[in-house]
Design a protein around this ligand. Structure first.
Ligand code: NAD
Ligand code: LMR
Length: 406
């Protein structure tokens, strides 16, 4: 069944409700369901404890955790379950472990798709494609059948951008924008290096952007970055450092960690996953946060790939991309290189992309509808409604009329 009904479309386009925050300590919010795949792995282990302690969704939010593993992972997972129990986390209302995807994704609000093979020394992340992409095809199908209607899915397993594409394409009743591939770790790494270079606390660095793929072609961009509110490039004036040290270091930081640790980053990856979902859930409207989301043609980037861009997380599970930033010639070249790699990755997994036709309406269209509606731009609202397929437009108009009269 197509779950994106006209009313749910309109709900997304209508003015956003404010999240009902608990006011007193005793007012814990009813449980939200969070699924984590690969929960017994390195990242999973670091992740679930922090989710249980309230760092993902807030200290007033009860949580049901669905931990998903392979059959072989069930034994170590039982140890993780014991540790969760022994942690006596007050916000954890229920924990379950399963290798059944439909059970694990049943009615979830958030899923963190971590379970996949990590790379070893000397490998690129795309070398994991053959082993990992099919996992995300299966998980996309199960999410489509079982996940909650407003769920958000964070893809961490590598190659993350293309895995997100594969999962989304196998979930035809879900919005592509429900799937996000994680590039927050790259952004945090970049901020750390800038803070070190400028000798300031990392909290003083913002608007660093990661464009494109979570791979060695990503473009960590300081063109719009700020340090203590000032343009970063007026403080870090050494362009050679930016091009020859900073950019390659961020691009290859994952490999640097693997070489040093003998295993890929785990605690910092869990941290970045927590940061990503926390900001999407609770909002962080002042920040530009890098997330790989389905391209909408902005910045001339091809449609149909998950490309990291700056986003603003408005809370209540809504995010929007930062648009119309000026792009200089060097940045354009770097952005095109990582786009090219993502297109090649997409082409290499064509066999896992069923190519559904029933996604006629994009979230971007609805965002424009929402913005025009809130701004009272009646002509624009009517134009967008007339561009929607009739079955959507009729329902959206009815919902708008009933909203206006209530
Ligand atoms: P790990 O090997 O320690 O753990 C992976 C876990 O996933 C294992 O317990 C395994 O049993 C489980 N698993 C495998 N296939 C599964 C499936 N189909 N369903 C459920 N569980 C499954 O690896 P890790 O260090 O936790 O890394 C996990 C993934 O995250 C890797 O692909 C790694 O490259 C990626 N990663 C991404 C980022 C990022 O920034 N996007 C950062 C770090 C790591
Ligand atoms: C990372 O960036 O640390 C992860 O993607 C793991 C890896 O393979 O580099």
């Amino acid at each position: 069944m197509l779950r994106t009904t006209a009313n749910s479309l309109f709900r997304l386009a209508a003015p956003r409700s404010t999240r009902a925050f608990a006011t007193k300590k005793a007012d814990l919010l009813p449980p939200l369901k969070v699924a984590v795949t690969g929960a017994a792995g390195q990242i999973g282990y670091a992740l679930v404890m922090r989710i249980a302690s309230g760092e993902l969704l807030g200290k007033d939010q009860l949580i049901e955790l669905n931990l998903i593993e392979t059959e072989a992972g069930m034994s170590p997972l039982s140890g993780v379950m014991m540790e969760l129990e022994d942690g006596a986390f007050p916000l954890l209302s229920k924990v379950s472990a399963t290798s059944n995807l439909n059970e694990g994704f049943g009615d979830i609000d958030y899923a963190l798709l971590v379970g996949a093979s990590p790379r070893g020394p000397g490998m690129e992340r795309k070398d994991l494609m053959a082993a990992n992409a099919k996992i995300f095809a299966e998980q996309g199908k199960a999410l489509n059948e079982s996940a909650g209607i407003n769920s958000k899915i964070l893809v961490v397993g590598n190659p993350a951008n293309t895995n997100a594409l594969v999962a989304s394409e196998n979930a035809p009743d879900m919005w592509p924008e429900q799937f996000i591939a994680m590039t927050r770790l790259d952004q945090s790494r970049a901020k750390g290096l800038v803070a070190e270079k400028a000798n300031v606390p990392v909290k003083d660095v913002d608007r660093v952007i990661i464009w494109g793929n979570h791979s060695a072609t990503q473009y960590p961009d300081l063109s719009h970055a700020r340090i203590g509110g000032k343009w970063a490039k007026s403080i870090i004036t050494d362009d050679k450092w930016i091009r020859n040290d900073f950019i390659p270091r961020v691009q290859k930081r994952g490999a640097e960690v693997i070489d040093a640790r003998g295993a890929s980053s785990a605690a910092s990856a869990a941290s970045a996953a927590i940061d990503t979902i926390r900001d999407i859930h609770l909002g962080s409207p002042e920040q530009w946060l890098s997330n790989a989301i389905p391209s909408d043609g902005s910045y001339g980037i091809a449609d149909g790939i998950w490309y990291s861009v700056p986003t603003v997380c408005e809370g209540d599970s809504h995010y929007r991309r930062v648009k119309n930033l000026p792009i200089d010639e060097y940045s354009a070249k770097m952005m095109n290189a990582t786009e090219k790699e993502l297109i090649e990755e997409r082409d290499s997994v064509r066999h896992l992309l069923p190519g559904h036709e029933n996604k006629p309406v994009s979230w971007n269209m609805l965002e424009s509808l929402h913005d025009a509606y809130v701004a009272g731009e009646t002509d624009k609202v009517n134009k967008i409604l007339s561009d929607l397929p009739p079955e959507y437009a009729k329902g959206a108009e009815q919902a708008r009329a009933s909203e206006a009269s209530s």
